[in-house]
Design a protein. Structure first.
Length: 460
């Protein structure tokens, strides 16, 4: 092993990187439009390479040996299902047994002098923070994927963009920063969250620098709109926003700022996976970098195309810590491969539909809190907030959906009865609904403070 210090530009062959994962805007004229055969031939080649690499990592080798799987068995994309999947619980165990990094990393701190390295941690929304080591290639390729997603949302080279995510142990703010600065030639205003730069100051900076996007949660962006109104401004006219790459209440965001919002999907360990196109018929997966499968949340077996299940993801772009059949337990649907109205053959997934590990079996029926929320809120009198609790009442499990309204209390009984009727019709079991005033659920949902609002608590 060489001990000579290498700089990022010595580690990476940039022309090769740009051929392997084409950056925007070129991407949308080239690899975004290639044929299904070309997409899948490339996936198979990269999948074989990633399998061979993952097999060198103890976490995968142990599991694969135990399951009788070997990388040589991959001869077609369908063979991917022969490899065992794993969930976040397996990663947590790995960290417990091998603190602090677990045995699932494909890079090491010892090697940092010769291969530049970064470490980021998951946001810990569902348990202890999970570290991931990234090689320089992983950072750059990941930044290209993020740049594609931001470009698809409407951000263009030369734009000034406010980055109001937290620059912390988490990946988020840095991923955006790297994508904007290195791959989109945008000027990043690193404001950080409202704790670092006050909301009034964020509004002022966005206006002074004519920012075309403010990267943060949808809820915080809507809060900035309220602050702007308090300052006597009109969020639609007095900002210069061209893009809303914010995850949140789409209808409210679009109505507030008058700019389209497209859905996207990604997570800490692998960065940006899929982005919605203007056709709005699902989210196109960046298939030069990922293979998405959807599996049954209980049996972990792949489900038929078009059926909802848990996303099981394999990345085929990294050189460091692999993710190979990671059952991330986010619910979605894999749509059949078809040519989209936008011209792309890339596979589409349905928008994020909830967490598989929140599933509750209520009198024999599998129910997800997010699905309850969706049905419960189908009433214009209700605000877009909900929280579901599973409780034990006597000998029975019950689920209670809490919803909020601006309507007067005299109407709450009727709103409750209507919502309970919708839930009974949709799920076939009786669920309780409790109505309360606006903002009354904030302490439970953490909607104003967390990028991923909480929707469920199991109190049984
Ligand atoms: Zn499309």
């Amino acid at each position: 092993m060489s001990t000579k210090l290498r700089r990022p530009f010595e580690v990476i062959d940039y022309p090769e990187l740009m051929r392997t994962h084409v950056p925007p805007p070129e991407y949308f004229e080239t690899d975004y439009l290639i044929s299904p055969e070309a997409i899948e031939a490339r996936q198979l080649e990269r999948l074989k390479q990633r399998a061979a690499r993952a097999y060198q990592v103890p976490f995968f080798r142990k599991r694969w040996d135990a399951a009788g799987f070997h990388p040589d068995q991959i001869r077609s994309l369908a063979d991917l299902s022969r490899a065992p999947s794993y969930t976040v619980d397996d990663i947590r165990k790995s960290i417990e047994q091998h603190p602090p990094l677990g045995d699932y990393q494909g890079a090491s701190l010892e090697n940092a002098a010769v291969d530049p390295l970064r470490v980021f941690m998951s946001g810990a929304t569902t348990g202890a923070a999970r570290p991931t080591l990234y090689t320089q290639w992983d950072r750059e390729a990941g930044a290209i994927l993020t740049a594609r997603a931001l470009y698809a949302q409407g951000i263009r080279p030369g734009d000034v963009v406010l980055n109001a995510w937290a620059y912390s142990t988490h990946n988020g703010a840095f991923s955006m920063d790297e994508a904007l600065h290195r791959w989109l030639s945008c000027v990043v205003l690193t404001t950080g969250t409202g704790n670092v730069t006050s909301s009034r100051r964020q509004v002022e900076l966005a206006r002074q620098y004519k920012a075309t996007a403010i990267l943060t949660t949808g809820d915080y962006l809507l809060h900035l709109a309220d602050v702007a109104r308090e300052m006597g401004l009109d969020p639609k006219k007095d900002f210069h926003l061209k893009a809303l790459p914010n995850i949140g209440d789409r209808e409210k965001l679009e109505a507030t700022f008058g700019v389209p919002n497209y859905q996207s999907y990604g997570f800490h360990e692998v960065q940006w996976v899929a982005i919605e196109c203007p056709a709005r018929k699902g989210l196109h997966v960046f298939e030069d970098a990922f293979i998405v499968q959807v599996v049954d949340p209980e049996t972990h077996e792949p489900v038929a195309e078009g059926q909802q299940g848990s996303i099981c993801l394999t990345e085929i772009y990294k050189t460091g810590s692999p993710q190979f059949r990671y059952n991330i337990q986010d619910l979605s649907t894999l749509l059949p491969r078809e040519k989209c109205d936008c011209g792309s053959w890339l596979r589409r997934i349905a928008p994020f539909a909830g967490r598989a590990d929140n599933m509750v079996k209520l009198r024999g029926v599998n129910i997800w809190p997010e699905a309850i929320g969706e049905v419960a809120l189908q009433d214009p009198r209700l605000e877009n907030e909900y929280f579901v609790r599973a409780v034990r009442e006597g000998a029975r499990d019950e689920m209670i959906a809490h919803v909020t309204t601006r309507a007067e209390a005299a109407h709450w009984d009727e709103i409750q009865r209507d919502a309970e009727a919708r839930l009974k019709e949709r799920f076939g079991v009786r669920l309780k609904v409790e109505v309360s005033g606006i903002d009354s659920l904030d302490a439970w949902t953490e909607v104003k403070t967390s990028p991923k609002p909480k929707r469920f608590r199991d109190e049984r």
